[in-house]
Design a protein around this ligand. Structure first.
Ligand code: HEM
Length: 240
C-alpha cells in the first residue's frame, strides 16, 4: 500500500496532475473516495481503455487489408501531413481528417461496445408509442442502429464520406453513438481517436496490410465487447 502523505510533496507541486495523482489528492482533501474507490476507478479505466482500442484496431486493420484504396488514401494523407519519419504531434493529428473519417466509419460498422444498458428511472412513452415502465432494463443496440439502412443507406458499404461535416449534419445526433451519448458517455473518446490515429501513423508508414480474412465473412460472438468468433488475420509486409 502506498503511503500517500509521503508522496504529497511530489504530486502537489506539479501544475497538471495525472489521473492517479488527482484521485489521491481528492482522497487526501476529504472528498468522497477511499482507496477501494480509487482502485475501482483505475480498474475501470484499464478495462474501458484497453479492450475497446484493441478491438477497434483489429477491425481497422481488417478493413484496410480488405480495402487497399482506402489504405492507400490514409497513407497518402499521413505522408502529406507528417512525411516518412516524423512522430505525430497533437496538432498533426488534428490534420488527419480523412484518417479520422475512416476510423469513425470503422466504429460505425464495428463498434467496440455493441450495446449499452440503462434502467428507466421513470415511466415514459417512446416517440414510436411504446410504454416503458419505471425500472425496465433497456438495451440500446449500437451495432444495429449503426447498420440501419434508413439511417445509413447501403449500410455495409465502407464510405468515409458519410462522416463529412455536411453529411453528419443531415443525421440525428444519436445516429452515431460508438461512445454512447448521455452523461455517462465515454470519457476517453477524444483520447481514443488520437490513440488510433497514432497507431496508424506508426504502422502504415512502415508496413502494408494485405487481405487474409474476408471482411464479409467475419462472425461475431456475444460479449460485452464486439469480438470476432475466430482471430482476425491480416498479412503485414514491409512497405517499400
Ligand atoms: C474505440 C475506443 C472506445 C470505445 C468504442 C468506447 C466506448 C465506450 C462506451 C460506449 C461507453 C459507455 C458505456 C455505457 O454507457 O454503458 C464508454 C464508457 C467509458 N469509457 Fe470508453 N470507449 C473507448 C475508449 C476508451 C478509452 C481509451 C478510455 C480511457 C482512456 C475509455 C474510458 C471510458 C470510461 C472511464 C467510461 C465510463 C464512463 C462513465 O461511466 O462515466 N474509453 N466507452
Amino acid at each position: 500500500m502506498v503511503n500517500v502523505s509521503s508522496h504529497l510533496s511530489t504530486y502537489s507541486k506539479k501544475k497538471r496532475l495525472a489521473m492517479l495523482d488527482l484521485l489521491l489528492v481528492a482522497k487526501n482533501e476529504g472528498f468522497d473516495i477511499d482507496h477501494e474507490g480509487i482502485r475501482e476507478e483505475l480498474d475501470l479505466f484499464m478495462f474501458a481503455g484497453h479492450d475497446t482500442i484493441s478491438m477497434a484496431i483489429s477491425f481497422l486493420f481488417l478493413i484496410l487489408a480488405n480495402l487497399q484504396d482506402i489504405q492507400d488514401s490514409i497513407v497518402d494523407e499521413i505522408l502529406s501531413v507528417l512525411g516518412p519519419e516524423k512522430p505525430p504531434s497533437y496538432k498533426d493529428l488534428q490534420h488527419l481528417k480523412y484518417t479520422e473519417r475512416c476510423i469513425k466509419q470503422t466504429l460505425r460498422l464495428f463498434p467496440s461496445v455493441p450495446s449499452i444498458f440503462r434502467i428507466a428511472s421513470e415511466t415514459f412513452t417512446t416517440k414510436t408509442g411504446y410504454l416503458i415502465p419505471k425500472g425496465t432494463l433497456m438495451e440500446i443496440h449500437i451495432f444495429d442502429s449503426h447498420r440501419n439502412e434508413n439511417i445509413y443507406p447501403d449500410p455495409l458499404k465502407f464510405d468515409p464520406d458519410r462522416f463529412l461535416p455536411e453529411n453528419v449534419k443531415r443525421r440525428h445526433p444519436f445516429a452515431y453513438i460508438p461512445f454512447s451519448a448521455d452523461p455517462r458517455n465515454c470519457i476517453g473518446q477524444r483520447f481514443a481517436l488520437l490513440e488510433l490515429k497514432c497507431i496508424l501513423c506508426g504502422i502504415l508508414r512502415k508496413f502494408k496490410l494485405e487481405k487474409v480474412d474476408d471482411i464479409n465473412e467475419v462472425e461475431f460472438r456475444l460479449d460485452v465487447m464486439l469480438r470476432p468468433k475466430k482471430n482476425i488475420k491480416v498479412r503485414i509486409l514491409p512497405r517499400v
